[in-house]
Write a protein that binds this ligand. Structure first.
Ligand code: F6R
Length: 588
């Protein structure tokens, strides 16, 4: 989602802003822009498209001491140059970049229109510079304008602000959206997340929630209302994670190829001398809970569903809810349920809202995430990291597999047959075998048009859902996941000559029923394409996976469906790393 970058000090601002925006790329964006001082004028440059296009508009010889930049993922108003940030106030006194959503923007817009402010964009964000100008004109003080604006703005916002009358400061507003600062010898820099600031080598601080203020070259001034406050240290190691492609053409391709390493990283971090090692307090909280309630979104929700099967297999009552649905009707809050929040980014807004409810009620919970010091991780009672390395492509691949494997390890630490290092090694071997057979998957592509069903049963049903999601996301085809037993209750009506059906067969449970459904599909002209595990395979199956220990079967199927979606998306020349309309980190 939207990303903010900015700073004040002595640096090459052209390079800082443009490289910073590129590093925020993983959040997904459709337009980008920067604002900086040229003499005593604020210059704004923006494009609908990529940072590379923006770089053509920014002078090579940019001499400024203060600048801001933004990558926009459209929410209010289509992607366009006019809707791209920075937005200027009516007279050009203020230029702002905003991440978040102003929920009362219509009301504010009407009030400002009545005060003769003209709006040029369709965004919610444009009310911010006009509101600042309104109060600044009346008070003559930027800080007073910020204080009064903060009282009126509702929703979530991280805003970096330039004021034409004051080229020596970078102003900000922050409530409910991330904004970090990095203090260095050369100045102070801000961003939505630490990634673009990691190489600056300074000290990180979090700006206080609900605060406003300004940054000078070596000073930070923050207020909450009329009370002075101070930034809090943010213990970020400052080590930039590599985003290199290492010879691969696509991040998604590389990240799928990384999966065996991601599994090995889990083995290194959660097994010691052959035994599973998790925090004892976490294990006793899990064992003591009446039930386990998983919350997640998208692929991470499907990982949650795999977690449910893993815990149920160990006799633990468990269920999973889509975070946005649970928010509408939060339940299981009587203190007897233990919550597990699963999110690779740790920044997914719906899940952050769920966590706020849990924290308000002091309900202990665990966050499973790939991102140390992410919003969710920082505010969680317990956390488990995936150690999968940076994931850049929008589609979750290695992190999804890591989530599934880690939840299996955690469940197995509660009792029953434990997953061993040998089991994980077997999964790594299986993963390598699958990754080496990309050509076999390419042979299936010609069967696929615009629609497909993904069938499975039992523990593979969440993986069929993951397959359908990935086929939509990078293959742009309509894919629907179904429990195979449901075919005859309606969906069979769509089956006709040549209709492709992807089926995952690797479970004893429901296997016969699934094969029977496939016969019914064939009889009606449909084309079953079966991915099966060796011990359940039949001669006509399209792709046979090596056997792996039962608890790790869903993980191996996850690898093959991710690889298949990549191969399909790439064969259709889709932008597999940045599918249209999607963002890596869903922060709204
Ligand atoms: C699909 C995908 C998304 C994410 C979802 C949750 O490939 O990546 O569905 O899984 O947006 O994101 P996280 O895990 O960061 O909470």
């Amino acid at each position: 989602m939207c990303g903010i970058i900015g700073g004040i000090g002595n640096t090459d601002f052209r390079s800082f802003l443009l490289t910073g925006l590129t590093k925020l790329d993983y959040r997904g964006y459709d337009s980008a822009g920067v604002a900086y001082f040229e003499g005593d004028k604020i210059e704004i440059r923006k494009v609908c498209g990529r940072v590379a296009a923006l770089s053509l508009l920014v002078p090579q010889t940019l001499h400024t001491k203060v600048g801001i930049g933004h990558s926009r993922w459209a929410t209010h108003g289509r992607p366009s140059v006019v809707n791209a940030h920075p937005h200027a106030s009516q007279s050009g006194m203020f230029a702002i970049v905003h991440n978040g959503v102003i929920t009362n923007f219509k009301t504010l817009q009407n009030q400002l229109k009545a005060r003769r402010f003209q709006f040029v964009s369709q965004t919610d964000s444009e009310v911010i510079p006009h509101l600042l100008e309104w109060y600044y004109t009346r008070s003559g003080s930027v800080m007073e304008a910020l204080r009064l604006a903060a009282e009126e703005l509702q929703g979530s916002y991280a805003v970096a602000i330039l004021c034409k009358d004051d080229p020596n400061h970078l102003y900000y507003l922050k409530k409910g959206a991330p904004l970090l600062i990095c203090k260095t010898q050369d100045g102070i820099f801000v961003s939505s997340d630490p990634t673009p600031l990691a190489e600056l080598g300074g000290d990180f601080y979090d700006l206080p929630e609900g605060s406003y203020g300004y940054l000078g070259e070596q000073e930070v001034v923050c207020y909450c209302g009329e009370t002075p406050t101070a930034p809090t240290p943010f213990p970020y190691s400052g080590v930039a994670q590599s985003n290199e492609l290492h010879g691969y053409r696509y991040h998604m391709e590389k990240e799928i190829a990384d999966i065996p390493y991601a599994i090995a990283a889990l083995s290194d971090n959660y097994l010691s001398n052959g035994a599973l090692c998790f925090d004892e307090n976490l294990l006793s909280a899990l064992s003591g809970a009446k039930r386990i309630h998983f919350l997640g979104c998208g692929s991470s929700f499907f990982a949650c569903q795999c977690g449910v099967s893993a815990f149920r297999a160990r006799g633990k009552e468990a269920l999973a809810s889509v975070a946005s649905e649970w928010l509408g009707f939060p339940y299981d809050l009587d203190g007897t349920t233990f919550f597990i929040l699963v999110s690779q980014s740790g920044e997914t807004a719906d899940l952050i809202r769920c966590q706020a409810i849990l924290n308000e009620k002091a309900i202990p919970h665990l966050t499973v995430t790939n991102t140390k010091m992410s919003s969710l991780e920082r505010k969680s009672t317990y956390s488990l990291l995936l150690y999968a390395g940076l994931e850049t492509a929008v589609a979750a691949t290695k992190t999804f597999v890591s989530e599934v494997v880690l939840l299996e390890l955690l469940a197995s630490a509660l009792g029953g047959a434990a997953v061993t290092e040998a089991d994980l090694n077997c999964l790594i071997e299986g993963a390598n075998a699958v990754l080496g057979r990309r050509n076999d998957l390419e042979r299936l592509l010609s069967a696929f048009g615009e629609n497909t069903f993904c069938l499975a049963t039992g523990r593979l049903l969440p993986i069929a859902r993951e397959a359908a999601l990935k086929l939509k996301e990078v293959g742009y085809l309509h894919a629907e996941a179904l429990a195979s037993g449901e075919m005859k209750h309606g969906p069979l009506a769509l089956i006709g000559e040549g209709f492709p059906v992807l089926a995952l067969v690797g479970e004893i449970c429901g296997q016969e029923g699934l094969r029977a459904s496939l016969e019914e599909i064939k009889t009606r002209g449909g084309v079953p394409l079966v991915i099966s595990m060796a011990s359940y395979a039949q001669d006509e199956d399209a792709f046979v996976l090596p056997n792996v220990p039962a608890p790790l079967v869903p993980s191996l199927f996850a690898i093959v469906v991710d690889l298949f979606a990549f191969v399909l998306g790439q064969s259709r020349n889709h932008p597999v790393d940045h599918p249209r309309n999607l963002a890596k980190s869903v922060t709204v």
